[in-house]
Design a protein around this ligand. Structure first.
Ligand SMILES: [Zn+2]
Length: 198
């Protein structure tokens, strides 16, 4: 996934005020682990992350710049903290993958469908997975669950194509496929913007 900014919100006094804009631009997903809000505590469990950390003096001027703000789940945001590669590491290619500039899954990372872990192919992939802990058990299990839902959809589709089923049964199977796809592809967030006020 490569995220695209579709909005240019007016300047705000606090980075949190950009949260609902970010939520839309990042499609309700964590910029880093890609988990969907609906699978991880909703809006309230997501943070406004500073890609270039505001805690580092050299990036402080970017604290309220929209393009430096990313929507991130609580764990990725906390893991990332003020981490940023030194010049030496940058020269060796170690850096955070930037999901607004590149698709991490094109050349840097690959998913192992057997255990849900991410395999790294470049120093940038390694740096990102290590510092954000993208191979934590929570995420590995989650990825496996999504693959399982995908497999079940495919199996159900195969059944529809091969078997001569009565119309009522076909409709039932089609509904199951729809529900599963909603879950693994684009689930609806269970929490809405009103939650932000709490
Ligand atoms: Zn995350």
């Amino acid at each position: 996934v490569q995220f695209q900014r579709r909005q240019t919100p007016p300047t705000k006094k606090h980075h949190r005020a950009y949260k609902l804009y970010l939520r839309q631009d990042f499609l309700h997903r964590c910029a880093y682990c890609l988990i969907h809000e609906a699978h991880y505590g909703g809006l309230r469990n997501f943070h406004v992350d500073h890609f270039r950390p505001k805690g580092l003096p050299k990036f402080r001027h970017l604290a309220l710049v929209y393009t430096n703000l990313y929507y991130a789940c609580a764990l990725c945001n906390t893991n990332k903290g003020n981490t940023w590669p030194t010049d030496e590491l940058l020269n060796l290619g170690f850096r955070f993958l930037d999901p607004c500039e590149e698709d991490p899954f094109e050349g840097h990372l690959e998913i192992n469908k057997q255990d849900g872990s991410l395999l790294v192919q470049t120093p940038a992939g390694e740096y990102t997975v290590y510092h954000l802990r993208l191979n934590r058990n929570q995420l590995k299990k989650h990825r496996c669950r999504l693959f399982e839902a995908q497999r079940m959809c495919e199996a159900a589709r195969g059944l529809l194509a091969s078997a001569d089923l009565p119309a009522a049964q076909r409709r039932q199977i089609e509904t199951v496929i729809e529900e599963l796809e909603k879950d693994y592809r684009n689930p609806l967030p269970p929490y809405e913007s009103g939650d932000l006020r709490r």
